[in-house]
Design a protein around this ligand. Structure first.
Ligand code: SF4
Length: 330
């Protein structure tokens, strides 16, 4: 019997992924509460910026921010006054980002939308038709945002670590996972996960938002041999994903990432997970694992994919992000 090939197993993975339930455990659930593109763009940038570490922890900060924004995030950003809002946002913090850094991020959003009309309008200025990928546009966008005077928030124009951490750059070798995730959300066509709002960029130019799950599974699939993430690794993996769909290489990113997040591809390989996995035929790790003797307790009840979560014994269920709609525009 012939092997199905990369495209076919990735298509199988996409078909087998319950998008609605996975969105509830993904930061894209926050912008998905809104329907007005102006609100979506703002909430997407905020949610992507804080999306590192544990979902319940950054979700709690985002919930408090959205509460403060009062259901109209774009309107809140437009009238954002650091002198008024800073005392209210100071108690907020998330790991490396203090309340003042989050306030500065919102202040920078204000300056962008006041000067350009939207975040997308500024991003579009740096996007060239001959760019091989989104890297140059991302660099241009970051340079312009970071040139905005931050004195009204910090008292002098500076970028403390808690602010700079929101703006990782391809030129410094970063994989820019959160910014590439933001771009995937806003650029890829609306397929029930992403939004397709920024039509000035072609999905073929996106770079995969490389996190530990995508890097690990990409190695299993032979998409890269690199062990560390970074801009070049993300580009290399994206090039291999483009072999499956040149026009839309990130079509499989959500499903690949959630294969890891959901525990269906645990870091400690579990044969029962691999036997139920749509990627098995192309996965060197899975094929090696399923040839090995398996713990009988894990094989006693064959897992179906994806109805039965394939998780390690003792794994605790993850917190879900609230899916209630905010009172956004029509
Ligand atoms: S076959 Fe196994 S190791 Fe490979 S991606 Fe699937 S669950 Fe992970």
């Amino acid at each position: 019997m012939s092997r199905p090939g990369l495209r076919e197993v990735l298509e199988r993975l996409n078909r087998s992924t319950d998008r609605a339930s996975r969105i509830a455990e993904d930061p894209i659930a926050f912008p998905r509460r809104f329907r007005d593109p102006a609100d979506i763009e703002i909430v997407a940038w905020l949610a992507a910026s804080l999306s590192y570490g544990r979902v319940p922890l950054f979700s709690a900060v985002l919930e408090r921010l959205l509460d403060r924004m009062g259901g109209r995030p774009r309107a809140y950003v437009e009238r954002f006054d650091p002198a008024v809002e800073l005392p209210r946002l100071r108690p907020l913090y998330y790991r490396m980002n203090k309340g003042i850094d989050i306030a500065c991020l919102i202040y920078l959003m204000r300056e962008v939308v006041r000067a350009h009309g939207s975040v997308g309008a500024l991003f579009a200025q740096g996007a060239g038709p001959d760019d091989a990928d989104v890297g140059p546009a991302l660099e241009s966008f970051l340079s312009r945002v970071l040139a905005i005077d931050t004195s009204p928030v910090y008292g002098s124009h500076r970028h403390p670590y808690g602010l700079a951490q929101f703006f990782s750059r391809p030129s410094k070798g970063s994989a820019c996972k959160r910014l590439n995730m933001l771009l995937r959300w806003l650029v890829r066509p609306d397929d029930g996960v992403d939004f397709g709002l920024w039509t000035f960029l072609e999905p073929s130019k996106l770079i995969v938002p490389l996190d530990t799950h995508v890097l690990r599974i990409s190695r299993y699939l032979g998409l890269t041999r690199r062990r560390t993430g970074g801009w070049q690794t993300a580009r290399a993996i994206t090039r291999r994903l483009a072999e499956a769909d040149p026009a839309d290489p990130l079509k499989y990113d959500f499903a690949l990432c959630h294969l890891g997040i959901s525990g269906r591809c645990p870091p400690a390989s579990v044969p029962a997970c691999c036997r139920a996995c749509p990627l098995l035929a192309e996965c060197a790790k899975g094929r090696a694992v399923t040839r090995a003797p398996s713990p009988p307790e894990l094989l006693a009840e064959p897992a179906s994919f994806p109805a039965v979560p394939c998780a390690l014994p003792g794994r605790r269920p993850r917190a879900r992000i609230r899916s209630s709609k905010a009172t956004s525009g029509p």
